[in-house]
Design a protein. Structure first.
Lengths: 580, 175
């Protein structure tokens, strides 16, 4: 993976120093909270309900064992012993003190990490395909370009105060695993008929209040020009994106207002002045960065390990795991292992410090010391020898990381929700737990088959509910109770679609039954080999809606005294909290 | 006092801001070194262009291309930041410098605070009028937050990968 040189290290070290001084000025009162806000946000620091939350960048989801151990250290030293992996391949710590954050950043800088631009109205962490470099369907390895874009976007002077946040995703496989249609800019690195590398550029996708699938602004931008082309898109957006209404400020609204043709015309008029200028990429730079992403020392191995089959026959659990959590690798004898952070009963995406240390050890022993964080909030060991799968499975099972549910109903994507987040209307994690417990039976899950279930606590869609086959959104009504809208028909990947709401919203305890009823319709109506999403597309929403609302719900609502309450903070009241 | 060319210097320019009851066509532009709003320049161009020294300022929703024909007439062009979170002024500065080739003083006015200055100088500002309720000495420090940057803008003219020889992975170096 990429390693910092003296320039990268210097930039990150100077950031720590700059941020330390900003915190000092805030604590001394020299900066007002309003002035500090954009500064701390550009460093990933949010003020949540119970204290400060720090979002740390994991560039394109790739992380070394050493960096993972630093997360474990931060979890123990500054937090409550766990962290939350997010849908943008980052990690969040929820219980920090403002005074500690400069030291945390210094700790991160010591392992070549940072929290730069993980929030705020700027270009956020670049996300990518969790199987980059190892997927069988890969056309071009996106990692060098993801790193080049990371460096280009880091402290870009012109685009730090955009109308709104800006998310870029890049994928290099035939199948899109980075949800590039749901990003402000989606890049598919590919090859043209002549075999030259370039980018299909999508723009104006996004979820949130106005979910829109991205439009193609250019079919093929040769690799040399990708930075200047992206720069022109950002410049048009920075000048003309709406700033009068936060909810209409994303680039998707501008693209819709102008139309994709006029938007493209403006971008290319701007780009005409940049094209072939100094921002043009050089093959030397691409080769330099690509040199960090060459193949590890793969052994020459047979593609099917006979012992594996023996063990598979003996152990049903292992067989399930192999089928659902282990993915094909492009190198014979190797496999991609997805470690599930979705054990029913646990918060989706949460990992304890012990688990972090443990997976770092696994990575060192089984996968060349590297891990990936997926946008579905799981972890990946990308380069495991097939002959190691049994021992890996045995070890990881002891740490509750082998629930064989990848791609199944309990592999739920969830935002932190109202217990943590000031934006959320309703709790997400407890609902995810309730649903996972209801559908815990594996045979039932396997019968249902491939399905995605995404939960967001509000319309901002951190849980990407619009692109879940089933999407759940927390909404607030006048009485300030928790309500949930349920939608179906969303999907990501090459056939991305936005889900539609099925009808009036539900209470917390009704939601699992709603899902049960949706599943009942699917099981009744499906044809052979048809996935949930296929059935929805074929028969439409009406049969699902009719069945869900046909009969009353008998579930009892428990009184929730305070939807924002989780275990109370173990330290003094945070210095600045919107709630206390 | 303003910051100009990385030093605190006395400033003898006055920024004219239209009051609610004033119109661009009729507002009186006093003698001396005045930075007038774009609208005033456009409305009173015939008279103002006769002055030896004149400045103009752009609001964040105005286009620098509006000055295209006149760009050489100004001793100073200022860009107003109505609030620090309004980032349009950065693109205005870039376009003035890179597209329109403006070489005179480019000044940031309005809600200008220490932590924006580093970015501002990179897109082409060389003068800053920090908000008067803050110490200008502190603001000056903002210009030196970083000693290295990745990407090109107005400053530097070349991205890091064209300015220095950067190392690839050790595996490659050992070959």
């Amino acid at each position: 993976m990429y390693r910092y040189d003296e320039y990268d290290q210097q930039i990150v070290d100077e950031r720590v120093k700059q941020y330390r001084d900003q915190v000092r000025r805030r604590l001394s009162g020299e900066l007002t909270e309003q002035e500090f806000l954009p500064l701390r946000l550009q460093n990933g620091l949010y003020m949540q309900i119970h204290g400060y939350m720090l979002r740390i960048a994991v560039p394109y989801g790739l992380i070394s064992s050493r960096q993972m151990r630093m997360f474990a250290h931060i979890a123990r030293k500054y937090d409550r012993g766990y962290g939350h992996f997010t849908t943008r391949q980052n990690i969040q710590f929820n219980w920090l003190k403002l005074q500690d954050t400069p030291d945390i950043l210094a700790d991160l800088a010591s392992v070549q990490m940072h929290a730069i631009q993980t929030s705020g109205n700027c270009v956020r962490n670049i996300t990518s395909d969790e199987f980059m470099g190892v997927a069988r369907d890969e056309v071009v390895d996106p990692r060098p370009y993801a790193e080049i874009l990371r460096q280009w976007s880091t402290f870009h002077p012109e685009f730090a105060y955009l109308p709104r946040k800006f998310k870029i995703a890049i994928s290099g496989g035939q199948e899109d695993r980075a949800a590039i249609y749901a990003h402000d800019i989606g890049l598919a690195v590919t090859k043209n008929a002549q075999g030259e590398v370039g980018f299909r550029v999508l723009v104006g996708g996004g979820l949130g209040r106005t979910p829109i699938i991205g439009s193609e602004v250019c079919e093929f931008v040769p690799w040399q020009h990708i930075l200047t082309y992206v720069e022109s898109i950002l410049r048009i957006y920075n000048q003309y994106g709406r700033r009068d209404n936060k909810y209409k400020a994303r680039i998707k609204i501008l693209v819709k207002a102008l139309g994709i043709d006029e938007f493209k015309r403006q971008v290319e008029a701007d780009w005409a002045d940049l094209k072939d200028g100094p921002g043009t990429l050089t093959s030397e730079e691409v080769n330099r960065v690509a040199s960090f992403f060459t193949d590890p020392a793969y052994e020459t191995l047979p593609d099917h390990d006979s012992k594996l089959n023996e063990f598979k026959a003996d152990s049903r659990s292992f067989s399930h795991w192999l089928q659902h959590n282990v993915k094909p690798h492009r190198v014979p004898g190797y496999a991609i292992v997805v470690l599930s952070l979705k054990k029913p009963g646990n918060a989706p995406g949460d990992a304890t410090a012990e688990q972090m240390d443990f997976v770092a050890d696994l990575a060192d022993r089984y996968s060349f010391g590297e891990l990936r964080i997926t946008h579905k909030q799981n972890l990946v060991l990308a380069d495991v020898r097939q002959k190691d799968l049994v021992s890996l499975w045995q070890e990881a099972s002891a740490q509750e990381l082998t629930t064989p549910n990848i791609g199944m109903l309990t592999d739920i994507i969830s935002c932190p929700g109202a217990e943590f987040c000031t934006l959320a209307n309703a709790r997400s994690i407890p609902l995810a737990k309730l649903i996972a417990e209801r559908f815990e039976d594996l045979d039932y899950q396997y019968d249902i088959g491939e399905i995605t279930l995404n939960i967001s606590g509000c319309v901002n869609a951190c849980g990407q509910h619009h692109i879940g086959n089933i999407g759940i959104t927390g909404v607030e009504k006048k009485d300030h109770d928790e309500w949930y809208q349920v939608s179906i028909g969303g999907s990501e990947g090459n056939d991305s679609s936005i889900s539609k709401i099925i009808g009036p919203s539900f209470t917390f305890h009704q939601v699992p039954e709603v899902i049960e009823r949706l599943v009942q319709v699917y099981l009744r109506e499906r044809t052979e080999d048809e996935r949930f999403i296929d059935t929805v597309r074929r028969i439409g929403h009406a049969p699902f809606k009719d069945h869900v609302y046909a009969t009353d719900f008998s579930v009892q609502e428990e009184e929730v005294a305070d939807k924002h309450s989780v275990a109370p903070a173990q330290y003094d009241v945070p210095y600045f909290s919107p709630r206390f | 006092m303003i910051i100009k060319n990385k030093a605190i210097v006395a400033d003898d320019w006055t920024v004219l801001r239209l009051q609610e009851n004033e119109a661009a066509e009729s507002v009186h532009v006093a003698a001396g070194k005045i930075i007038v709003p774009l609208k005033v320049w456009q409305a009173q161009r015939d008279v103002l262009q006769q002055r030896e020294e004149i400045g103009v300022w752009l609001a964040s929703d105005e286009r620098p291309e509006a000055l295209k024909e006149d760009i050489k007439k100004f001793t100073v062009i200022a860009v107003d930041f109505p609030k620090f979170s309004d980032g349009r002024g950065y693109s205005i500065a870039f376009n003035l410098r890179v597209r329109l080739g403006y070489t005179g003083e480019l000044r940031a006015i309005g809600d200008v605070l220490r932590d924006q200055l580093f970015y501002m100088q990179r897109v082409g500002f060389d003068a800053f009028a920090p908000r008067p309720d803050r110490k200008i000495e502190d603001a000056l420090k903002g210009l030196s937050d970083f000693s290295e940057v990745y990407q090109t803008s107005f400053d530097p003219k070349l991205p890091l990968f064209r300015r220095v020889q950067r190392k690839g992975s050790q595996a490659e170096n050992s070959q």
